[in-house]
Structure formats: structure tokens, C-alpha cells
Ligand binder design. Structure first.
Ligand SMILES: NC(=O)c1ccc[n+]([C@@H]2O[C@H](COP(=O)([O-])OP(=O)(O)OC[C@H]3O[C@@H](n4cnc5c(N)ncnc54)[C@H](O)[C@@H]3O)[C@@H](O)[C@H]2O)c1
Ligand SMILES: O=c1ccn([C@@H]2O[C@H](COP(=O)(O)OP(=O)(O)O[C@H]3OC[C@@H](O)[C@H](O)[C@H]3O)[C@@H](O)[C@H]2O)c(=O)[nH]1
Length: 386
């Protein structure tokens, strides 16, 4: 850790970070990175800490004096402002961000992504503290290409689908398609942060993640989360593979996504933390444009990789089609395609993702198998016995 310098060759001084949502998927990886590779301190705020327990205990861990957990619901806790004041930088990750919630808990989704983030922005602005806020790639909504005729050659032209922070429009579906309420709440908080920067000098960075995936993402239903819960696609498909069930393709699995390995993405966040002069005032796409697949292709690749890491043969029928209405309920809608433009993050931070989709699935599914295979076997044999 000694002699660490930033991108301009200046020594990096240790700082204190108030990380809200530190107990989630991204937060747990960011805490791990900050503890193992930097001298910074973390005030970790969340309602849960299961995913960072290994960083909090035992007290003999070398970083024990650099991480503190505060069990706080930011909706209604007066301790929040004090923690933001104690820190040099606040990172806000807290949100409801699972598509199954957007059309079933639309009010919680809007409150969580807009209203609950307001005091965080206000306290940072009033106390002259820097803020890194987590938004989403969903703020771009659908691509322009999605509205062209199916056979239009323009659909192949990147000008009609690549998503650029400073140029692409934000195209949402109608009000009853409530995925866009999430996107809209995220967009409005981005605009508010931008306005605080413009009018009151708030130092901010906005991150737009494009499908970050890896170990500890969400939960496996019935094992470390509710049996009826629907997590994001990595955990849904992992659960199906672990239980030897066909993977469910929503509306034919035709939507396209670019997936990035969480560890690559965390490198980008660390560069933002440690290079404020290059990151302040910017909105950054963080994704891997080289890892694009349809959801159907993702299912096929995960099936192959899982077979390799578990040594189990694949099912004869590895996937089945389900309608979005059946899977998510009324009012679901989808993003058609998400390719991040990398110009701004490349220019400001010199960052590029490294890990291929196959490699990231191999390490992630090895983790899933090691962590859950035995527990699933036991849970399934109990159900059969009953
Ligand atoms: N993972 C991705 O690919 C992805 C993509 C786009 C956007 N994002 C954004 O990144 C952020 C983090 O995502 P994640 O994947 O780590 O999700 P996550 O659900 O794993 O983590 C969010 C954490 O915030 C906590 N939280 C929520 N409300 C809270 C409250 N009121 N008080 C205290 N803590 C609260 C949750 O308990 C959870 O631990 C979110 O803002 C999300 O919208 C993530
Ligand atoms: O079992 C499943 C689960 C999901 N899917 C599909 O897989 C795709 C990806 O679904 P995910 O649940 O991972 O989430 P999405 O990519 O749609 O959105 C996510 O990405 C951006 C973030 O803001 C949020 O974390 C979340 O909204 C969707 O097309 C979905 O319909 C399946 O086909 N089968």
C-alpha cells in the first residue's frame, strides 16, 4: 500500500468514505477492495451486513480499525447526516434495483430511488462533501434502433444503439410499464445532483452501471432469500442450474445485454474515488461493450460453463420459454439492447474492462457451485422426504 499514487503521479492520502448500501452486491466488493488494497476508512451503512460479515469479524483482521458497520435505514435515521459530515466522500448505492420489484412495488421503487436519495444529496451539498452516486444504464431506456422497422439496415449502425452519456436521448415506455418508473426516478435524481453541482458547487460523480455480475449478487431463492423471490438474471439462472431445472427465457430471451465482471467494474470505481479532479462533474458508463449476448445466449453459455465447473451433465431441455406476464406480472417491459460508449471513462480515467463473458461466468459459477450446491441438495431432499 505504501507509495500509492493517482493517475497524475500525486500521492494518494487516506480518506474516510461513508458508503450507503455497503452491505449489497456492489458495496460488498467495493468494501473488500478498499480494505485489501487501500488505506481508506469506510463507514458502512446498510440495513443488512451478511455480505460483508467476513470483513467485519473477527476483530483481529488487519483492517479492523478501518471499517465500521452502522445498521441504519436511510429513510428515517437522524444519524445519517453525522456520518456524512465525518466522511470526506459519500458513495450512495442504496436502492431497490430488481426488475421483479418495479411493477409489483412501484411506490417503494420510486421512493427508494428518488425520495430516499434526496437527503443524501442535500447533506453532501450543505456540508461541502463529495458525492459518488449510483444511477443505472436504464436511464437511457430503449435504443433509437428499437423504433426502426425490423428489417431496417440502420439497426446495424452503432449510431442507432450505442449509449453515450452526453449525446443519447432517454427513451422510456408508457406510465403503466413500470420499469420506467425506476429509470425515471434514477434520471430525476441524476438531474437534481447535476443541478446541485451547477447552482451550489456540489462535487459529484454519477455512475451508470451496465449489468455488473459476479459472486454475492442477489440471493438464491429458498436458500439465502425468499422461496418465491425473483432476483436478477444471474441468480435466477444459477438457481435453475443448481436445482437441475430448465432456465426460464422471458419472452423468448431476445433482449440483449452486455455483462461486466464485478471485479473489473470495481477497478473503475476505485479510480473515481482516488482521482477526484478527473472524476468530478462527470457521468460515467461502466460496462463491457465486448461482452454482448442475448439472454438466450447467456442461458446457453451458463449451461455449458456450469456443466464444466460442476462436472454434471446438462439437461436434455436446458431452457423453456415463459411470457413476461407469467414471470413478472402485469406491466413488465424490457430494455432491448445496452451497449455502453466508453469514450468518456477512457479519456478521464484510462479505464477498460478486461474479463471475457466466459471467464467471468467460470469464476462466478465456480463460486455459486461451491457456496450453494450442498445447501440446495439438502433443501431438495427435505422437500422430497416430506
Ligand atoms: N448490479 C448492477 O448491475 C447495477 C446496474 C445498474 C444500477 N445499479 C445500481 O447500483 C446500486 C447498487 O446495486 P447492487 O447491485 O449492489 O444492489 P443491492 O440490492 O445488492 O444493494 C443495495 C443495498 O442497499 C441497501 N439499501 C436499500 N435501501 C436502503 C435503505 N433505505 N437504507 C439502508 N440501506 C438500504 C440494501 O439493503 C442493499 O444491501 C443501486 O443503486 C443500483 O440501482 C446496479
Ligand atoms: O429467469 C430469468 C430472469 C431474467 N430474464 C431476463 O434477463 C434480462 C436481464 O434481467 P435482470 O433481472 O438481470 O435485469 P435487467 O438487465 O433487465 O435490469 C437490471 O439492470 C440494470 C439495473 O438498473 C438493475 O439492476 C436492473 O434493473 C431481462 O431481459 C429479463 O427479462 C430471463 O429471461 N429469465
Amino acid at each position: 500500500m505504501a507509495g500509492r499514487v493517482d493517475l497524475d503521479g500525486n500521492p494518494i492520502n487516506p480518506i474516510t468514505i461513508c458508503m450507503i448500501g455497503a452491505g449489497g452486491f456492489i458495496g460488498s466488493h467495493l468494501c473488500e477492495k478498499l480494505m485489501s488494497e487501500t488505506p481508506h476508512k469506510v463507514l458502512a451503512v446498510d440495513v443488512y451486513n451478511d455480505k460483508i460479515k467476513h470483513l467485519l469479524e473477527p476483530a483481529t483482521l488487519t483492517w479492523a480499525d478501518r471499517i465500521q458497520f452502522h445498521r441504519i435505514n436511510i429513510k428515517n435515521d437522524s444519524r445519517l447526516e453525522g456520518l456524512i459530515k465525518m466522511a470526506d466522500l459519500t458513495i450512495n448505492l442504496a436502492a431497490i434495483c430488481t426488475p421483479a420489484d418495479y411493477n409489483t412495488r412501484p411506490l417503494d421503487t420510486i421512493y427508494s430511488n428518488f425520495i430516499d436519495a434526496l437527503p443524501v444529496v442535500k447533506y453532501c451539498s450543505e456540508n461541502g462533501k463529495r458525492l459518488i452516486h449510483f444511477s443505472t444504464c436504464e436511464v437511457y431506456g430503449k435504443t433509437i434502433g428499437a423504433f426502426l422497422p425490423k428489417d431496417s439496415p440502420l439497426r446495424q449502425d452503432p449510431a442507432y444503439y450505442v449509449l453515450k452519456e452526453d449525446a443519447s436521448p432517454c427513451i422510456f415506455g408508457s406510465i403503466e410499464k413500470q420499469r420506467w418508473s425506476y429509470a425515471c426516478a434514477k434520471q430525476l435524481i441524476e438531474r437534481l445532483i447535476y443541478a446541485e453541482g451547477a447552482e451550489n458547487g456540489l462535487e459529484f460523480t454519477i455512475v451508470r452501471p451496465f449489468n455488473w455480475i459476479g459472486p454475492r449478487m442477489d440471493f438464491i431463492p429458498g436458500i439465502d432469500g425468499p422461496s418465491e423471490g425473483v432476483p436478477r438474471v444471474l441468480a435466477c439462472f444459477s438457481n435453475n442450474l443448481l436445482r437441475r431445472e430448465p432456465l426460464k427465457l422471458v419472452d423468448g430471451g431476445e433482449s440483449q445485454r452486455t455483462f461486466i465482471y464485478i471485479k473489473d467494474a470495481i477497478e473503475a470505481v476505485l479510480l473515481m474515488i482516488e482521482n477526484p479532479a478527473r472524476a468530478n462533474g462527470h457521468i460515467f458508463n461502466v460496462g463491457n461493450p465486448n461482452n454482448e449476448v442475448t439472454v438466450r445466449q447467456l442461458a446457453e453459455m451458463m449451461t455449458q460453463v456450469y456443466s464444466k465447473v460442476s462436472g454434471e451433465s446438462s439437461l436434455e431441455t436446458p431452457t423453456i420459454d415463459v411470457s413476461s406476464k407469467e414471470f413478472y406480472g402485469e406491466g413488465y417491459d424490457d430494455s432491448d439492447k445496452r451497449i455502453p460508449d466508453m469514450t468518456i471513462i477512457n479519456k478521464q480515467l484510462g479505464w477498460n474492462p478486461k474479463t471475457s463473458l466466459w471467464d467471468l461466468l467460470e469464476s462466478t459459477l465456480t463460486y455459486q457451485h461451491r457456496t450453494y450446491a450442498e445447501a440446495i441438495k439438502q433443501a431438495m431432499s427435505k422437500t422430497t422426504a416430506n
